[in-house]
Design a protein around this ligand. Structure first.
Ligand SMILES: [Zn+2]
Length: 221
């Protein structure tokens, strides 16, 4: 045995380069085999997440879907204004007696003074039906000496209309109105404009500020 081990040792010493070369070939061969087979394994591993990712993405796609309505909600009022502009009907059948004028003073024969006019006055006959110019709800029913019986209708988005000088009011606060629903009968209850005779003082407010109702009329679109 010793001789065999010694002779093997001599053989290894003599052929050390060949032994190392063979060892290197084996190592390199093994590495090549591993690198050739391992990419296949990696491909499989990569494909597996790929097939999983669509599953993971599907809920992700759904999450933006559920978010989209949320992001649309703030957009929808704007879109609503664009696609469904507020167009007023006529509050009463009658000629315009006094125009809207907040920039220029107009003479008020009743009060005998120059003043602004925050609405439009329509001439009408006593008892004529006064109707809501647009859908909304009755915000307030009130009386004061200068404006007489007044109904304020809330149309949403800060838009309101006021109907003054009414003889009688046929709605109550909170009533829901469609465009054209009666809110009262025309009269001459506003002492501030009593010289006009029977008429409707019609006012439009946006965020509490009087604006020209003409901008919401169909002829202005
Ligand atoms: Zn007026």
């Amino acid at each position: 045995m010793k001789e065999k081990i010694l002779s093997l040792g001599k053989f290894l010493k003599k052929n050390v380069y060949y032994v190392l070369l063979v060892a290197c070939v084996i190592v390199v061969g093994t590495m090549i085999t591993l690198t050739v087979t391992s990419p296949k394994d990696n491909d499989v591993v990569i494909e597996a997440p790929d097939t999983n990712q669509p599953n993971v993405n599907e809920p992700d796609v759904n999450v933006p879907d559920t978010n989209e309505p949320d992001t649309n909600e703030p957009d929808s009022p704007d879109q609503g204004v664009i696609s469904n502009p507020v167009v007023f009907g006529s509050p009463v059948d009658g000629e315009v007696l006094g125009a809207f004028s907040v920039d220029e003073l107009v003479y008020c024969s009743t009060l005998k003074q120059w003043q602004t006019h925050s609405g439009i006055d329509y001439a009408c006959n006593a008892g004529d039906s006064v109707v809501s110019v647009f859908e909304g709800s009755v915000y307030k029913v009130e009386y004061n000496l200068l404006d007489g019986n007044v109904v304020t209708v809330d149309h949403g988005n800060g838009l309101m209309t006021k109907y003054g000088a009414l003889d009688t009011v046929t709605v109550k606060e909170g009533d829901v109105l469609k465009k054209g629903d009666e809110i009262g009968k025309a009269g001459n209850s506003a002492m501030g404009e009593v010289n006009m005779g029977t008429h409707l003082h019609f006012e439009t407010l946006l965020d509490g500020v009087s604006v020209n109702p003409i901008q919401y009329s169909s002829s202005n679109k």
